[in-house]
Design a binder for this molecule. Sequence first.
Ligand SMILES: Cc1cc2nc3c(=O)[nH]c(=O)nc-3n(C[C@H](O)[C@H](O)[C@H](O)COP(=O)(O)OP(=O)(O)OC[C@H]3O[C@@H](n4cnc5c(N)ncnc54)[C@H](O)[C@@H]3O)c2cc1C
Length: 400
Amino acid sequence: MRTDADVVVVGAGIIGLAAARALRLRHPGVRVVNLDKEDSIGSHQTGHNSGVIHSGVYYRPGSLKATLVASGRSELIRLCQEHGLPLDRCGKIIVATRESELPRLHDLSRRAEANGVRAELIDREAMRRIEPHVEGHRALHVPDAAIVDFGEVARHLAAELVAADCEVRLGSPVRAIERDGDQVVVSGEFGELRAQAAVNCAGLHSDVIARSSGLSPSTRIIAFRGEYHELRPASRHLVNHLVYPVPDPQFPFLGVHFTRMTDGAIHAGPNAVLALAREGYRWRAIDPAELAGLARSPALRALARRHWRTGSGEVVRSLSKAAMVRALRRLVPELTTRDLIRCGSGVRAQAVAPDGTLLDDFVIERDGPVVHVLNAPSPAATASLAIGRHIADLVPLPAR
Ligand SMILES: Cc1cc2nc3c(=O)[nH]c(=O)nc-3n(C[C@H](O)[C@H](O)[C@H](O)COP(=O)(O)OP(=O)(O)OC[C@H]3O[C@@H](n4cnc5c(N)ncnc54)[C@H](O)[C@@H]3O)c2cc1C
């Protein structure tokens, strides 16, 4: 039967767009259509994040994260340089603020080496030369960390695709991806699109779209809001670049940190609180159906049992600016509540296993003609161009 496209990609976040780009480069002339439910590019994770091109320190050697960040980050830097997209290779420090964190800082240094990342353990004096207002025992200096505007990158990728005769259709919510013989039918209020293959890059809704196609992923997406504060312009001298704590190895989030953005603002955060809706950008955003699903979910109960202490700390820091400032003062002791103003949030799509394990690595699975991106948390934006190629390798298209 005639098809409307060769591949339909659900989601025009940075991963869906990078997948479409890689398909077009791999199969010149391929007809790709990206569908997104929102009216603008980068409305969710891609447009609401810290904007850091991670260098690959944290990830388990051999994991998809470690492999895809290594190649994706340099490709992304090249893309930004070639097309004049905002980019600053400012470097970062990871700071041990307590002596008890020193062994983990040393572990991170060894991991950086195993992942081929340039990183140097520096003493307090060297650290203070880079960040004069930061306090700590020792730090790991990672000179190759950089900042970018991932929303801008995504808009650039979309424009490239349109210029190459691919389609990016906004305002097109997808309800289901179904199989019909050896073709797929992607449907929604816009009607139906028939294609040879489909890719599910629906971020916060990727498990729902996967189930619509008949796949029963054992994981479910749980949405974690990350709230940001911003240093008042008069307090920006407190932080020069990127300042991170030593992360808790039990938790896939990096802990509240300071990030310089490409527009010069300094963000502090994000924390990690359970969102009460998939797109719960504030406490008031509550989706009763999602809440009922969470209440029934063994994954959430198991997660709450494992992480209740960390989780309650995150909630306190969300509700109380003073508590957030106390956490940040471990890195910058001079900070006061007057230095910070609230400035928005992002919501992470985090896959959680039935036993409450927060999946650390990227999860990308092929089910016949459909490829599903089931877990693409940070640093997926950094690795996006490499993830796109990984997806293109999996999409079953005959060579032309
Ligand atoms: C607070 C925060 C900080 C982060 N910091 C960093 C960082 O510094 N560095 C880094 O590398 N990564 C970071 N990340 C992670 C990074 O932002 C994500 O990994 C990445 O953006 C994921 O891209 P995506 O395309 O999968 O998801 P998204 O950007 O969420 O895109 C998914 C798209 O699918 C669309 N969609 C969903 N359902 C449907 C449907 N039914 N029909 C049609 N369209 C649909 C949505 O509208 C959306 O546009 C951070 C994330 C957050 C939330």
